[in-house]
Design a protein around this ligand. Structure first.
Ligand SMILES: [Zn+2]
Ligand SMILES: [Zn+2]
Ligand SMILES: [Zn+2]
Ligand SMILES: [Zn+2]
Ligand SMILES: [Zn+2]
Ligand SMILES: [Zn+2]
Length: 1035
């Protein structure tokens, strides 16, 4: 938080560091107003005279008892002496003190440029991270902001101020120039300073600065060498500039504005601004003193507010101590570094009622009292209070930013009212007083969770107002700021997106339908957009109260049995977009790939503007496309599996005609398993934790390619043979296909897997478990035999095609099937064109069964080439499993018509500049799949050579999934079975291996081992028999 100071800002004159001659050095302030001996000085030896006093720190020389690092240069402090700030725990070399740039946490609120509240998610464990308030490490569960790098202890939250990123225009302090938004500490390990090129990160202490927008990383000392204006850095062309986004909200939280799903239960025991004394004692922090120790522990309250909530902080002091020292310790606990002479400790009101006298309570006043020395053990609870003041110095800030100064300081006396202060401030801020009635004084409370604005009445006596705030809480006084603002009312305009309505109605039916469900007020609510095919609409609400009411109510309403979804959407000021800007619209499916989706959401919200990142489980792809509908040029990044990509491409197809950029290019960050499209476009088989920043750079450098998309019309006929109960007649259905469509055996396997997943959804969160199930499902299928070619008919371009004996028929659009297998094969064939994903042709291939599928997966064989064409009709004679892009179902008898769908889509293909890590097989589609080392040496077994790496992964998967437990003894290595060595540990395979190909391949191996043990060079027949017998168990 402290690093929110802008060390390089030329115009910045506020804060505790006024420069000579700056307008802030008003006579009253006298050059900082903080020139005072700080507490602890007498106790701990001579105070070091440093400029740091102006940054609010209270440094003292301390003796080091354990290895310690400097927070400024991040180097080790050799020797026994360091300099420690009593308020914020900043530790420094003596030599570094003179370079001090970081302000103390107690003055941080005064350095905020535009107050913006943070957006705290649920508590989590953040290792090797440090609290921005107290600078100590976060060992216990702590809080972090979802859109900036702020990390804090739960009980430090109230002391962080609202210095989050300014991600949109909100009608309060809008401007179009951006300064670096420095955040201190928690830099990625090994980060190098962009000025001096030396390491500036630290895993030991809070050190180094990083800009929240452009990711510039510097030593705080080096930051002064950098111009203050931020140009958004390497990602500038894809970041949505905050000046182009407008969102006016009143009581909508940041979570609502950034559409962050409230997935986890909100914390309890921690109020909005609460300091929960009962949990304040974390590890490594103040601990309760035992009764017999020479120290005592006190409960300290800050004003009426914390007394009312019973939120206190604990302070430990020696039993024999002067009252001043207790006061100083109490003030430090609340990060107050002002002169203790202005404060005193009082007994809390409750104790007074319990028989304590008022005089007793006053006994511990600050420096004013002269009675030092020994006194009775103090009561256990005290309240810090400011002594009454006959006048105050008030800082008044202009609400407009293009001004040469941050604030002016004015004297406030008992006679001062809001109006007199306004009249005094306006000329100093360069505005005429003639039309002073056009201005108002706004009190802004800069809480870390919320920024509250109150317009003050003209006649209000200001001194009373200040005294009231101090009585409430000194922390609150520290976080309160007064702005002179032009008194134009904020025009409320909230865009509410509502989805979940029945699709396919006429446009004009949606307004009345919603009106009926939630009673929209016609005078302030207008329907601005309707999306009938998605059952969604966008409301324009011109009243905050109504917008808030609708938002809450809609989320709690169901129409025709389906719950509605509500989202607050920002307005895009698309005309302000710079010409070279092509913002990236990011969709993340947080349910894909275990927890990786969640992490990516968080990373992309921080690296880009959170307004361009959309969570697909929160309203689907439509809200994102709606927000970007006027943007003349943008690209899309989809993070998820192939199903997610299909979802987004389908939504794009439906909304394309309403977009100013109808053909945005789409990049893929594959999550989870499968990901054939991701492989073909070189984005890899599955995300395994690469730096999200370099992912974005790759997207920026990617090349656009075209891809065909296909429509499948499914028209179930009145079933003639209703022998298996699949007789339900469904209306014709149209599905979109990107990758492939399978009829028969592969769909059936996929279906079994999905059904297993439905039964026990909790078991399938990891890629690993998924695989185990795939394998088991396959083992069940091995004994089946059927003859698909007799159960369907195929027409290609209206010509009947004779089918060979097959169990599965597969239509392929991209050269990767079932996790990277090449179903078509690479051989030249005079009958067919060489397949391309943009040639307007689909390839049709047959497989004879699971063993054949396994062999295709293993690269041993390809499918049986049947046809190539652009228009297909399949007649199903009986109910048959069908899968499209991995999504399976049982299709009733009838027709399937496959034809080209609309225009080709523009996909982004990762450019080839970076060297590939893998030795690589002959198949390009597999190039990105992580293949363990040691597979390039060529296995000894002829059967296994083509993709022995994958085979090895299979074996490991089987071992780890315990499917073969009991039939393969632990001491048998894989090489024992396969005649081949796999040189990677089992544990690493869990995260890096893609197991999608597991099932058919395992089957193929199993069958081959039994039928043809010699060619596989298997160690012994007994074990293979065991494997096969085990597989029988699953049938
Ligand atoms: Zn400090
Ligand atoms: Zn240092
Ligand atoms: Zn803390
Ligand atoms: Zn933040
Ligand atoms: Zn920057
Ligand atoms: Zn540096």
């Amino acid at each position: 938080m402290a690093a929110a100071a802008e060390p390089g800002a030329h115009t910045w004159t506020g804060g505790g560091s006024p420069r000579p001659g700056s307008p802030a050095s008003s006579p009253v302030l006298g050059g900082g107003g903080r020139v005072r001996p700080a507490p602890g000085m007498e106790r701990a030896g001579a105070r070091h005279p440093t400029p740091s006093v102006t940054l609010g720190h209270s440094f003292r020389k301390v003796t080091l008892t354990k290895p310690t690092f400097c927070h400024l240069c991040s180097d080790f402090i050799w020797g026994l002496a360091g300099f420690l700030c009593d308020v914020c725990n900043f530790m420094s070399h003596e030599k570094c003190l003179k370079h001090m740039k970081n302000p103390c946490v107690c003055v941080a609120p005064s350095l905020v440029r535009v107050p913006v509240a943070h957006c705290f998610g649920p508590r989590g464990l953040y290792k090797r991270r440090f609290c921005a308030v107290c600078r100590k490490s976060l060992e216990a569960p702590a809080l972090r902001c979802e859109v900036c790098e702020l990390h804090v202890h739960p009980d430090c939250v109230p002391f962080a101020c609202s210095d989050c990123r300014h991600c949109h225009q909100d009608g309060h302090q809008d401007h179009d120039t951006y300064h670096h938004h420095w955040r201190e500490g928690n830099l990625p390990s090994g980060a190098r300073c962009d000025v001096c090129r030396k390491t500036c990160s630290s895993s030991e202490v809070l050190a180094g600065l990083r800009c929240e927008w452009c990711s510039l990383q510097v030593h705080s000392v080096c930051s002064s060498a950098i111009a203050p204006e931020c140009t958004f850095g390497r990602l500038r062309s894809m970041v949505l500039p905050p000046t182009c986004v407008r969102l006016v909200s009143r009581n909508f939280s940041k979570m609502h504005c950034f559409r962050i799903a409230e997935t986890t239960v909100q914390d309890t025991g921690e109020g909005d601004d609460g300091v929960d004394g009962s949990t304040a004692v974390g590890p490594g922090r103040e601990a309760l003193a035992s009764p017999e120790s020479s120290k005592q522990t006190l409960k300290i309250f800050d004003g009426n507010d914390t007394v009312r909530r019973n939120h206190f902080r604990l302070v430990t002091v020696p039993r024999l101590v002067r009252s001043e020292e207790v006061l100083e310790a109490a003030m430090r606990a609340y990060f107050i570094s002002e002169d203790p002479c202005d404060f005193e400790l009082q007994a809390p009101p409750l104790l007074t009622q319990a028989g304590e006298t008022e005089a007793r309570g006053k006994a511990r006043s600050g420096g004013a009292s002269g009675d030092e020395g020994v006194r009775d053990p103090p009561p256990e609870a005290w309240v810090i209070r400011a002594l009454p003041r006959s006048q105050e110095v008030l800082r008044v800030y202009p609400a407009w930013l293009k001004v040469g100064m941050a604030y002016v300081s004015l004297r406030v006396t008992p006679q001062s009212t809001v109006r007199t202060v306004l009249l005094e401030a306006l000329p100093l801020l360069g505005r005429q007083t003639e039309n002073s009635e056009n201005y108002q004084l706004v009190e802004v409370l800069m809480g870390s969770r919320q920024v509250q604005r109150t317009v003050l009445a003209d006649e209000e006596p200001l001194l009373d107002r200040l005294r009231d705030i101090r009585q409430t809480s000194l922390r609150q006084m520290n976080q309160t700021r007064f702005y002179v603002a032009e008194s134009q009312a904020l025009i409320p305009r909230v865009s509410l997106f509502v989805s979940g309505l029945p699709p396919g109605l006429a446009s004009q039916e949606y307004g009345p339908l919603l009106q009926e469900a939630v009673g929209t007020k016609a005078d302030v609510v207008a329907v601005s957009h309707v999306y009938p095919s998605q059952g969604a609409l966008v409301l324009d609400v011109t009243c905050f109260a109504e917008a808030e009411r609708l938002y809450m109510l809609v989320k709690d309403t169901a129409v025709q049995g389906r719950p509605l979804t509500a989202l607050v959407l920002p307005d895009m000021l698309h005309t302000k977009l710079p010409p070279d800007c092509c913002p990236l619209l990011v969709f993340v499916n947080p349910k894909s790939g275990g927890l990786k989706g969640r992490d990516l959401l968080y990373s992309f919200r921080k690296l880009l503007n959170p307004h361009q990142v959309f969570e697909l489980t929160n309203g689907g792809p439509l809200p994102g496309f709606h927000v970007f509908s006027k943007v003349p040029r943008f690209r899309v990044l989809v993070c998820g599996g192939d199903g997610t990509v299909g979802w987004v491409l389908g939504a794009l197809e439906e909304i394309r005609h309403r977009l100013a950029c109808p053909e945005p290019s789409v990049a893929i960050l594959p999550l989870g398993t499968g990901n054939d499209l991701g492989r073909v476009l070189r984005w890899g088989a599955g995300y395994s934790g690469e730096d999200p920043f370099s992912v974005l750079v790759s997207v920026d450098e990617a090349d656009a390619v075209l891809m065909d998309r296909w429509t499948i019309l499914l028209d179930a006929q009145e079933a003639s043979g209703t022998d298996n109960g699949m007789a339900d007649v469904e209306p014709p259905k149209i599905v979109q296909m990107n990758n492939y469509c399978g009829i028969g055996i592969d769909a059936e396997l996929s279906l079994d897997f999905h059904q297993a997943r439905e039964v026990e959804p909790g078991k399938f969160t990891s890629r690993f478990h998924n695989k185990g199930v795939y394998v088991r499902v396959g083992l069940q299928k091995i004994s089946h035999s059927r003859s698909l070619h007799r159960e369907l008919r195929l027409q290609v371009e209206q010509q009947e095609v004779e089918l060979p004996s097959i169990e599965g028929l597969i239509f392929i659009n991209i050269p990767s099937w079932g996790s990277g297998a090449d179903l078509w094969g690479s051989d030249n064939d005079s009958r067919f064109e060489k397949p391309r994903m943009d040639d307007g042709l689909l390839e049709v291939v047959g497989v004879t069964g699971v063993v054949h599928m396994g062999q295709v997966q293993g690269g041993l064989r390809s499918g049986i080439r049947i046809a190539q064409g652009s228009y297909f009709r399949v007649t199903l004679l009986k109910a048959t499993p069908v899968q499209v892009d991995g999504e399976p179902w049982v299709q009733a008898p009838g027709h399937m018509i496959i034809s080209a769908a609309g225009p080709k889509v523009h996909m982004l293909k990762k450019s080839k500049q970076k060297p590939r890590k893998t030795g690589g097989g002959p198949k390009e589609a597999r190039m990105d799949a992580p293949v363990p080392d040691g597979d390039a040496n060529g296995g000894t077994g002829a059967l296994l050579r083509p993709s022995s790496g994958t085979l090895g992964q299979m074996w490991d998967a089987l071992f780890a999934s315990k499917l073969l437990m009991g039939c393969i003894a632990p001491h048998h290595s894989i090489s024992h079975y396969c005649g081949h060595t796999f040189q990677y540990p089992l544990s690493s395979s869990v995260q890096m291996v893609d197991f999608q190909a597991a099932l058919p391949l395992v089957l193929a191996i199993a069958v081959s081992l039994v039928c043809d043990a010699t060619s596989a060079e298997v160690g012994g027949g007994r074990e293979t028999q065991g494997l096969f017998m085990d597989s029988q168990l699953y049938m």
